[in-house]
Design a protein around this ligand. Structure first.
Ligand code: PDD
Length: 284
C-alpha cells in the first residue's frame, strides 16, 4: 500500500500525470526513513531535513509535522513487514511545462513502503568495496533533491567495478558517497567532513557523531584529503538503508589489512545497542 495525494491505495493503482514537475524536471525533494519494529526511526530529524530541503527549493511544506506523522503511521500499519523502508517524495505538482514556478499548483505527495533490507552479515563482517570518482554534482548537495542523475551515474561506476559505493572527491577532498556519508579513521581518530553545501546532512551521520561523543570515541570534523583517504586505517559509509558499513577495499586495494577495523566494530555495536534501546523505550 502507498499514499498518494490524500489516498491510500495499492501501488499498482497509483498513477501521476505526465506533466508532474517531478517527472519533467526532477523538481522535488525526498526522504528515506527506516522503520524498525513498526517504529519510524528518527522521524523528527527526517521531517526537519524535509523542511530544510523544501525551503531549499522554495516549495511550501504541504503538511504540518503532525499530519506527516499521522500519514506515515497509517502507512506503516497498512503494510505487513515489521521493518520497512519509507520513501517520501514531494514535487512542485502538475503544470504545463515551463521552467518558472507555476502560479498555483498543488504539490504531489507520495509515500511508499518497501521491506527494509538490512546489510547482510557478510557485508558487516567482511566489508564492501568502494571506488573513488570526481564529485561532479551541483553545489547544493545539502538539498535532498529527486534530481539524482549525477548520483545514479556515479553509483553505476561502482557497480560496474563490482563495488558497493563510489566515494566522491571535490577539489581533492572527500565529500560523501553517491548515496551515503563517509567516515575515515586515521591515527585512531574518527574523521568526517564537516557539514556544508557539498554533502547531504545525513541522519545516520548525525547519529554516529552523537554516539561517538557520548561514548568517548575520539573524533574530529575536518576536511579529508584524497591522500588521507587512500592511507586510512578504516573507511565507513553510512545511510538510513545501510546503517554503518566498513569499506575494506578502495580502488581495488585493501584498506589497511582489508578487514573491518576495531573502531568500526565498536561503533556498529553502539549503533545496534542504541536502536534496541529506542525500540524498548517505544514499545514499553
Ligand atoms: N540516501 N548522502 C547522500 C547523497 C545520500 O543519498 C544519502 C542517503 C546519505 C545518507 O543520509 P541518511 O543517513 O540520512 O540516510 C548521504 C538515501 C538512503 C537514498 O537516496 O536512498
Amino acid at each position: 500500500m502507498i499514499y498518494l495525494n490524500g489516498e491510500f491505495m495499492p501501488i499498482e493503482k497509483a498513477v501521476i500525470p505526465v506533466l508532474d514537475r517531478g517527472f519533467i524536471f526532477g523538481d522535488g525533494v525526498y526522504e528515506v526513513i527506516p522503520v524498525y519494529s513498526r517504529l519510524p526511526f528518527r522521524l523528527g530529524e527526517h521531517l526537519e531535513r524535509l523542511q530544510a530541503s523544501l525551503d531549499g527549493i522554495r516549495l511550501e511544506n504541504p503538511h504540518e509535522d503532525s499530519a506527516w506523522q499521522e500519514k506515515i503511521g497509517r502507512l506503516v500499519e497498512l503494510n505487513e513487514p515489521e521493518d520497512q523502508s519509507l520513501y517520501l517524495q514531494v514535487t512542485r505538482g502538475v503544470a504545463r511545462r515551463a521552467h518558472a514556478f507555476p502560479a498555483r499548483t498543488t504539490p504531489t505527495v507520495f509515500i511508499m513502503s518497501s521491506p527494509l533490507l538490512p546489510p547482510t552479515p557478510n557485508q558487516i563482517n567482511n566489508g564492501v568495496g568502494a571506488i573513488t570518482a570526481a564529485d561532479n554534482r551541483w553545489a547544493r548537495c545539502n538539498v535532498k533533491s529527486t534530481s539524482l542523475l549525477p548520483n545514479v551515474l556515479l553509483r553505476q561506476l561502482a557497480i560496474d567495478a563490482g563495488c558497493a559505493e563510489t566515494l566522491l572527491l571535490r577539489d581533492g577532498q572527500l565529500t560523501e558517497g553517491s548515496a551515503s556519508n563517509a567516515f575515515v579513521v586515521s591515527n585512531g581518530i574518527l574523521l568526517a567532513p564537516p557539514k556544508s553545501n557539498l554533502m547531504l546532512p545525513g541522519i545516520t551521520y548525525d547519529l554516529v557523531l552523537e554516539l561517538a561523543a557520548a561514548n568517548n570515541v575520539a573524533h574530529e570534523l575536518r576536511n579529508i584529503s584524497e591522500a588521507e583517504l587512500a592511507g586510512a586505517d578504516e573507511i565507513w559509509i553510512t545511510s538510513s538503508s545501510r546503517e554503518i558499513l566498513p569499506v575494506t577495499t578502495l580502488n581495488g586495494r585493501p584498506v589497511n589489512d582489508g578487514r573491518p577495523g576495531h573502531v568500526f566494530k565498536r561503533m556498529h555495536a553502539l549503533y545496534q545497542e542504541y536502536k534496541a534501546q529506542v525500540m524498548r523505550t517505544a514499545h514499553g
